[in-house]
Structures are given as C-alpha cells and as structure tokens.
Design a protein around this ligand. Structure first.
Ligand code: C2E
Ligand code: MG
Ligand code: MG
Ligand code: MG
Length: 285
C-alpha cells in the first residue's frame, strides 16, 4: 500500500506511523487487560516531618506489573491512560485502595496522628463532573474522615479554567480534604492566582531540590527553593521538598524552615508491607 503512495521515503514514514499506532494500540489493550487482571499496585513513599524526623504520611504511587510487559513505570503509562480515559477507572481504584490503606494504618497505629495519605490526581480525573461525589462515596464506604486524604494537583490542571477549578477545589475542601500543589515551579505558573487556590501545601519540585548542591548554579537553586518556601509560608501553606537524596539537602531545607521532606534519602516508595514495617519500627530520621 505505502509503495503505491509514492517514494521510498514516504513508505518509511507511513510504516513508522503504523508501528507507532500499533504499539499504542497494544499498550492500550494491555492497560485494559491489566485493569481487569488487577495488575496494578500502590507503593507508598514516606513524607517526613523535618522538625521531628518522623513519618507524617505517605504519597501513594501507582505501579504496573504487567503479565506481558513486566514492570512499566508510571511515566510510561499514565499519559496513555490519561489520553484513553482509562485513568478514570484506574484513578478510582487508586483512591479507594489508598483510602483503605490509610484507614488500616490509622487503626494499627492510632498514636501516629494525623497520618495522611497523599494521592495524585490526573487532569482527566479533575474534570470528571462527579469527582466530588465519587470521593465522598469512597470516604463513606471506607469510613475515614476527609482530612486523612490529601490530593495532589498541578498548576497546569488549575489554569485551563481557573474559576471552575477554584470552585472544584472549594467543594473538595468542603469534604474536609487537604490539597497540595505538586511539582510547584515547573508548571504553567500562576502567581497571580495562587493566593486564591484553597490549598494547604506546596510541593517543591525535585528538579530544584536536586540542583541545590551540584554545579556552579547550586547557590542560585538554593535561592529559588528559599523563595518558593517563603512564598508558601507567606500564603500560610506548608511546604514539602520532593526528591531529597542527600543529608546536605536536608540540612539546607531545615535551615530554610521547610516543614516536610520526601525522597530517596529517607526512603524509596515501598510496598504496603514494607511501609508498615517502617511504621512498626517507629523510625526516626
Ligand atoms: P510525582 O507525583 O511528582 O511523584 C514523585 C516521583 O518522584 C515518583 O516517581 C517518585 O518515585 C520519585 N521520587 C521520589 N523520591 C525521589 C528521589 O529522591 N529522587 C528521584 N530521582 N526521584 C524520586 P514515580 O512513582 O515514577 O511517578 C512519576 C509520576 O507519575 C508522579 O510524579 C506522578 O505525576 C505520576 N504518578 C505516579 N503515581 C500516580 C498515580 O497514582 N496517579 C496519577 N494520576 N499519577 C501518578
Ligand atoms: Mg505527586
Ligand atoms: Mg511531584
Ligand atoms: Mg513529578
């Protein structure tokens, strides 16, 4: 077929497109099967209070262990799940699973108060008309208070239609939920709106944290992180620094009065079992 269309060059181009489309279609098929076969798991990365050195909560991070493909990282399937709409049932499952987990840990470790579960919300989920109702239903079914659950959204999700987004965030706050802005500083920035977003937390993107010590620009990155932290504090928000990998980064962040930290220095994302083990140890950093 492609041959009939013209030059050899054209043929390569058309075949390339085919391959891409087929690969995409296969990934989509596998994603659907994966949902059916329950190939998804949640991992949990601890979020540490830099004041006490103790676990303050976890961020739930989805993992796909495909029968066919093995481990597929979220960076490779979340965008497609988003495009195809599969993120909606997947995201529903993620919320439910994360809420059930925090409920179990709350019962097992009542002395760690309040242990909070953060869950990433995708753009597509954010525009589902019944999002608030769905979350309300999950909270009721799992029987947890809304303030145990924190949703992570990004600036870009807010900026499509700011007024509608603010209204949605207000309704989510109405359920008692906590809200974070994830990857702060990397999105389509919105300083003129930030003070109107009813959020509780800013998460400093790991690209800033990671550059605080290396290279000739490190001093500049420390200043950028300092500025984000001050901005958060001026707006009465807590700040979480993401992607902390070294003790030196912890020291700098402490000196900048950053409340919370998350990253490989403390712990990689863990299976529920391993996370529970950490809670059992009452680990302190
Ligand atoms: P994110 O929400 O910003 O999550 C943080 C990512 O940084 C995670 O990657 C985590 O494993 C990684 N990370 C944590 N500490 C460190 C560190 O010290 N160094 C480095 N280099 N990386 C660190 P992960 O799990 O691969 O997830 C990537 C992204 O995929 C997430 O970024 C989030 O945008 C998306 N994602 C993951 N799970 C979910 C989910 O359940 N739902 C949705 N909608 N998106 C998800
Ligand atoms: Mg996140
Ligand atoms: Mg992030
Ligand atoms: Mg990120």
């Amino acid at each position: 077929r492609a041959k009939e269309l013209g030059t050899a060059r054209h043929e390569v181009f058309v075949e390339g497109m085919d391959t891409q489309a087929v690969e995409r279609w296969q990934l989509e098929t596998d994603l659907r099967a994966g949902l059916q076969n329950q190939e998804f798991q949640l991992y949990y990365q601890p979020i540490i209070s830099l004041k006490t050195g103790k676990i303050a909560g976890f961020e739930a991070l989805v993992r796909w262990v495909s029968n066919k493909r093995g481990f597929v990282s979220p960076g490779d399937f979340i965008p497609l799940a988003e495009e195809t709409g599969l993120i909606v049932p997947l995201g529903q499952w993620i919320l439910q699973e994360a809420c059930q987990q925090i409920q179990r840990w709350h019962e097992q470790f009542p002395e760690i108060v309040p242990l909070i579960m953060s869950v990433n919300l995708s753009g597509r989920q954010f525009t589902q008309p019944d999002l608030v109702k769905q979350i309300q239903k999950i909270l009721d079914e799992v029987n947890i208070e809304g303030d145990r659950l924190k949703l992570e959204i990004t600036e870009s999700m807010m900026m499509n239609d700011v007024e509608t987004a603010i209204d949605l965030l207000r309704r989510l706050k109405g359920l008692g939920l906590r809200l974070s802005i994830d990857d702060f500083g990397t999105g389509y920035s919105s300083l003129s709106y930030l003070h109107r977003f009813p959020v509780d937390t800013l998460k400093v993107d790991r690209s800033f944290v990671g550059r605080m010590e290396e290279g000739s620009d490190s001093e500049k990155y420390i200043q950028i992180v300092r500025t984000i932290i001050s901005l958060g504090h001026n707006l009465d928000l807590d700040v979480i620094a993401e992607g902390i990998e070294t003790e030196a980064q912890v020291r700098v962040l402490e000196s900048l009065n950053c409340e919370y930290g998350q990253g490989y220095y403390f712990s990689k994302p863990l299976s529920a079992k391993d996370a529970e083990e950490l809670l059992n140890q009452d680990k302190e950093w």
